[in-house]
Design a protein around this ligand. Structure first.
Ligand code: HEC
Length: 265
């Protein structure tokens, strides 16, 4: 009991020891400043951290009296320090070793700003005219966005089709498409959506055309659009951009939008 009582008394740091520790701290500071003049590359940081650690240990041990504390209190103080170090190391490794290119580059922002909301940039020229490239691009999009319902062979038998009523269309048949199976008609369906099928109107216009051409390729024969068919879905085939300029909406990819928001905050 009396032994425990002693521990609760205020410790008094012997004057000589106090002065000695104070000198050690001053010398540590001088070394830190001197080392900073020498170019040791990555070692500058390591040396500075080592000296700072020794100095902090001296302050904690003598000035804050850890040397005269009970073991319980030592454990608590040391664990707090260890946790701080863990956080520091984790943050540092993220900051120092993160690869370039994970960040949004300034150029990206400018490129997006330059696109603007009212200028449709088409990856494909005249996407209403079918091409092998467009059909191949359409296949990629179809497998990602449509096959769950329509099946990868376009037979309307995708894994999600069972739950739907009416069933997703079977594109391999010549009849059965309510809006028609010409590319422009399919394009129109995708823009508006139909029944339980959502609209895909937020996709870039040339992606919609690529999908329309791919879907029409499932059919027993591939139908062609007349100029009148194109007009119905707002395409003026006499113009290089089909008159899409201004009408198109450029969608911001989700990942990119999130990056933008985190840059702002
Ligand atoms: C959530 C399931 C689902 C997804 C995903 C889906 N569809 Fe559909 N689709 C349907 C259903 C259901 C119908 C029938 C709608 C109706 O008749 O009410 C349909 C109908 C259609 C039609 C025929 C319209 C007509 O004229 O009868 C086309 C063309 C079509 N989808 C294309 C696509 C394309 C291309 C995609 C991918 C971009 C797609 N669908 C994604 C469920 C889906």
């Amino acid at each position: 009991m009396s032994n425990q009582h002693e521990h609760h008394e205020h410790f008094i740091l012997p004057v000589k020891l106090g002065i000695f520790v104070w000198f050690a701290l001053i010398i540590g500071t001088i070394i830190t400043v001197l080392v900073a003049q020498v170019h040791l590359g990555e070692w500058n940081f390591a040396v500075a951290m080592a000296i700072a650690t020794v100095k902090a240990a001296l302050v904690v041990t003598y000035f804050m009296g850890m040397k005269y504390e009970t073991n319980d209190n030592r454990v608590i103080a040391v664990s707090a320090i260890i946790f701080s170090v863990i956080f520091f190391v984790l943050t540092a490794t993220d900051l120092f070793f993160r690869k370039d290119g994970v960040y949004v580059q300034k150029g990206d922002l400018e490129a997006w700003a330059a696109l603007g909301a009212d200028s449709q940039t088409l990856k494909f020229k005249k996407p209403w005219v079918s091409s092998d490239e467009l059909v191949a691009h359409g296949k990629k999009l179809f497998d990602m966005q449509c096959a769950t319902c329509h099946g990868s062979a376009g037979k309307g038998d995708g894994p999600a089709s069972g739950a739907l009523n009416p069933k997703p269309r079977n594109f391999t048949q010549a009849s059965g498409l309510k809006n028609g199976r010409k590319p422009a008609q399919i394009y129109g369906t995708l823009q508006k959506g139909l029944g339980t099928m959502p609209s895909f109107g937020s996709l870039p216009k040339d992606d919609l055309w690529a999908l329309a051409h791919y879907v029409s390729h499932f059919g027993p024969d591939v139908l062609k659009d007349s100029n009148a068919d194109l007009k119905k879905v707002g395409i003026d085939p006499s113009k290089e951009d089909g008159g899409l300029g201004g009408a198109g909406s450029k969608v911001l990819p989700i990942d990119f939008a999130i990056e933008l928001m985190s840059e702002d905050s």
